[in-house]
Design a protein around this ligand. Structure first.
Ligand SMILES: Cc1ncc(COP(=O)(O)O)c(C=O)c1O
Length: 393
C-alpha cells in the first residue's frame, strides 16, 4: 500500500489487521496440497431437516427471502429466549432483551461499538480470540491483557483485578475458550463477576462454544447470574453448537435500554440477520437435538484422537488437554521457536495448516493452535505429517 493511501485511511482501520486464522489458509492455498488443523470450522454438513426447512420457506413463504424485522424474526427470538431460560436460567424477554445478529461476531461488534470509545480500556484474558482485540481497537478503545494461568490455562482472577483501572469499561469472558480449549471454573467466574460488580464494569460474555464441552462437564456461564444482569451483554452463536458457521447467525442478550442502543449499531451495520439463516437457526432449535449431541460426541472422540496422536510425538507438541471448544494449544519446542515461523514451516515442509500461537497474544508464543473440527481422516493425515516432520528435526 502506498504511504499516501495509508495516511488517508482511518486510524481505526490502520491499527487493525486480518487475523492469522484467515492468513494461514491463504498462504497454504499458494503452497497447495495442505491438510488443515487451522480455522475453527466443525466438519459437519448442515443437517437435512434444516436444509429442508430453509428450502421449504424459500419456496412457500414470501417473507423468507426478504428483510426480517430489524431485531430478528419474532419466532426465533422466542426460541432463543427459551434456550436462555432452559440452559442458563436467564428469564429473557424475547421482545425487549433478545436480538438476532449476523453470527456472534456482529453481536460482539454491536456490544463493543456501543460500550467502548476512545480512552476506554477493555480487559481481555490472554491468550485471546484475536477478533476480540481487533474489535476493541476498531472501537478506538485499548485492550488490556490479563494472562491466563500458564499451568492449565485457567482464569487468573488476580491478573484481571490487577488490570483494572479507572478507565476500565468492560471485560470479555469466553468459556469454553478459544484458543486454549479451557473451560473456566465456576468459582473463578464468580470471583470475576464480583470484581465487575465492585468496579461497575460491563461483562461481555461470549458463549459461542457454550454447548461444546467434554467429559460430561457443562460450562458455567456468567449469563446465569441474576445480580450481574445490569452489566451483562450475552453473545451467543449458532455457528459451532449447530455447525452453521457459514449461515452467519447468532444472538445478543442485554437488558433494556442497553439492547436498543446496540440495535442502533446492528441497524447501521446489517439491518437484520439474513432471513434464510434465521429460518435455519429456528429449525435447528426446534428440530431433533440428538443430531447435535452426536456432533458433540464426535468432537469429543476427535479430541481424544488428536491428544493421543500428539502424546505419541515424543514431547514435540506438548499440550494441556482441552475440555471444551475444539482447539489444542501445542507447544512446539524444545527449543522454543517463533510461532509464526513455525506455522509457516509446517505449511511449507509438512503441508499442515496450523495457527501461530503468537496471534493469540504473548502467552501463545512458542505454540501453534490446532483445530480438531476436521474429521478423523484429516486429523490422522495431519498428525502423520506432523510426526514425520518432527522426526526429521
Ligand atoms: C470466541 C469466539 N467468539 C466468536 C466467534 C464468532 O463466531 P460466529 O460469528 O461464527 O458466531 C468465534 C469464531 O470462531 C469465536 O471463536
Amino acid at each position: 500500500m502506498s504511504a499516501g493511501l495509508e495516511q488517508r485511511l482511518s486510524r481505526r482501520v490502520r491499527q487493525i489487521k486480518i487475523s492469522a486464522t484467515k492468513e494461514m489458509p491463504m498462504l497454504a492455498a499458494q503452497v497447495g496440497g495442505c491438510v488443515s488443523l487451522g480455522q475453527g470450522i466443525p466438519s459437519f454438513m448442515t443437517p437435512p431437516h434444516v436444509v429442508d426447512a430453509v428450502a421449504k420457506a424459500l419456496r412457500d413463504d414470501p417473507a423468507a427471502g426478504k428483510y426480517s424485522l430489524q431485531p430478528g424474526m419474532p419466532g426465533l427470538r422466542r426460541a432463543c429466549a427459551e434456550l436462555l431460560r432452559a440452559e442458563k436460567g436467564l428469564p429473557a424477554d424475547p421482545e425487549t432483551e433478545v436480538a438476532i445478529t449476523v453470527g456472534g461476531m456482529e453481536g460482539l461488534l454491536c456490544a463493543m461499538l456501543t460500550l467502548v470509545g476512545p480512552g476506554d480500556e477493555v480487559i481481555v484474558p490472554e491468550p485471546f480470540y484475536p477478533s476480540h482485540v481487533e474489535q476493541v481497537l476498531l472501537s478506538e478503545g485499548t485492550p488490556v491483557f490479563a494472562p491466563l494461568s500458564r499451568a492449565d490455562w485457567s482464569l487468573d482472577v488476580d491478573a484481571v483485578a490487577r488490570a483494572i483501572t479507572p478507565r476500565t469499561k468492560a471485560v470479555i469472558v469466553s468459556s469454553p475458550h478459544n484458543p486454549t480449549g479451557a473451560v473456566f471454573a465456576k468459582a473463578d467466574l464468580l470471583k470475576l463477576a464480583e470484581l465487575a460488580l465492585r468496579h461497575d464494569i460491563f461483562v461481555i460474555c461470549d458463549d459461542t462454544y457454550d454447548a461444546l464441552t467434554y467429559d460430561n462437564e457443562a460450562a458455567f456461564s456468567l449469563a446465569s447470574l441474576p445480580e450481574l444482569r445490569p452489566l451483562l451483554v450475552g453473545v451467543f452463536s449458532f455457528s459451532k453448537r449447530f455447525a452453521l458457521t457459514g449461515w452467519r447467525v447468532g444472538f445478543l442478550w442485554a437488558q433494556e435500554p442497553l439492547l436498543s442502543q446496540m440495535l442502533k449499531v446492528h441497524d447501521a451495520a446489517a439491518i437484520c440477520a439474513p432471513t434464510p439463516a434465521q429460518v435455519a437457526a429456528l429449525a435447528s432449535l426446534a428440530g431433533p437435538q440428538d443430531v447435535y449431541r452426536d456432533m458433540r460426541a464426535e468432537l469429543e472422540k476427535r479430541r481424544d484422537l488428536i491428544c493421543a496422536r500428539l502424546d505419541g510425538m515424543g514431547g514435540r507438541f506438548r499440550h494441556i488437554r482441552p475440555r471444551g471448544a475444539f482447539y489444542v494449544m501445542a507447544e512446539a519446542g524444545p527449543p522454543a521457536c517463533d510461532s509464526r515461523e513455525l506455522a509457516v514451516r509446517l505449511i511449507r515442509e509438512a503441508r499442515v495448516i496450523t495457527i501461530p500461537g503468537g496471534a493469540f497474544g504473548p502467552g501463545g508464543e512458542g505454540h501453534v493452535r490446532l483445530s480438531f473440527g476436521g474429521d478423523e481422516a484429516e486429523i490422522n493425515t495431519a498428525c502423520d505429517r506432523l510426526a514425520a516432520w518432527a522426526s526429521q528435526l
